[in-house]
Write a protein that binds this ligand. Structure first.
Ligand SMILES: *[C@@H]1O[C@H](CO)[C@@H](O)[C@H](O)[C@H]1NC(C)=O
Ligand SMILES: *[C@@H]1O[C@H](CO)[C@@H](O)[C@H](O)[C@H]1NC(C)=O
Length: 202
């Protein structure tokens, strides 16, 4: 065992020895050990740098996740009874709002406007008496996305649904339309609904 003073003397000797000249005999072992320690320190410093950058990356991802907008809506035609069309399309205004997190759906216009680019899961369910045609279509900016279509048949009622994950650009508008000579029915128990939520931003 060396006492602290001896170690200090050794260290002074080592430091004063030029790196290019051989260390004094007997000190070689200590010199090697120091070199090893230096190497280990260097390796650890590199690992630490790598860990730091991974941590930074994870923190950024977590922050982005926390800041991602929360969007979910579920609306129903509501206690309108029967909605019917004659010769033209009619936009459906779902007035009963069950959920409207993020306020991206407007119960005044019936339009869901994507607040952010991302993948959204959108679905709707349509109910109507079977005596007439039930044909309800989901549009994105005027383009057909999904359809349910039930021709007239006997007594009773039909329920049909459709749904899909859609990649929406910020500002894309989704809305439902009833096709001509078609009908749809709802009451306060919410048979005919339109709903969706943001899966993830892109
Ligand atoms: C320390 O690292 C240097 C350079 O990477 C290497 O040449 C040397 O052999 C290492 N020394 C020890 C004692 O591990
Ligand atoms: C909605 O209509 C169904 C079927 O006719 C009926 O059973 C239900 O009680 C109605 N709901 C309300 C809230 O009126």
């Amino acid at each position: 065992m060396m006492d602290l003073q001896s170690v200090c003397v050794l260290l002074v000797l080592l430091v004063s020895a030029d790196a290019h000249t051989a260390p004094p005999a007997g000190l070689e072992e200590i010199h090697n050990e120091l070199q090893q320690l230096r190497n280990i320190t260097q390796e650890q410093a590199m690992e630490l740098t790598a860990l730091r950058s991974r941590l930074d990356c994870a923190e950024q991802q977590l922050k982005a996740q926390r800041e991602a907008p929360k969007v979910a809506f579920a609306v129903s035609l509501g206690s309108n009874g029967l909605v019917s069309t004659k010769n033209s399309h009619q936009k459906l205004i779902y007035k009963d709002v069950l959920t409207n997190v993020g306020n991206a759906y407007s119960p005044e216009t019936g339009v869901f406007k994507a607040p952010v680019r991302g993948v959204y899961f959108i679905r709707y369910t349509a109910t109507a008496p079977t005596e007439g045609l039930m044909s309800a279509v989901l549009y994105k900016n005027g383009e057909v996305q999904l359809t349910v279509h039930e021709p007239p048949a006997g007594p009773g009622s039909d329920t049909a649904s459709n749904g899909a994950a859609l990649l929406l650009e910020q500002g894309d508008e989704l809305y439902m339309q009833l096709l001509p000579n078609s009908h749809l029915w709802d009451n306060a128990s919410h048979h005919s609904t339109f709903s969706g939520f943001l899966l993830y931003t892109m």
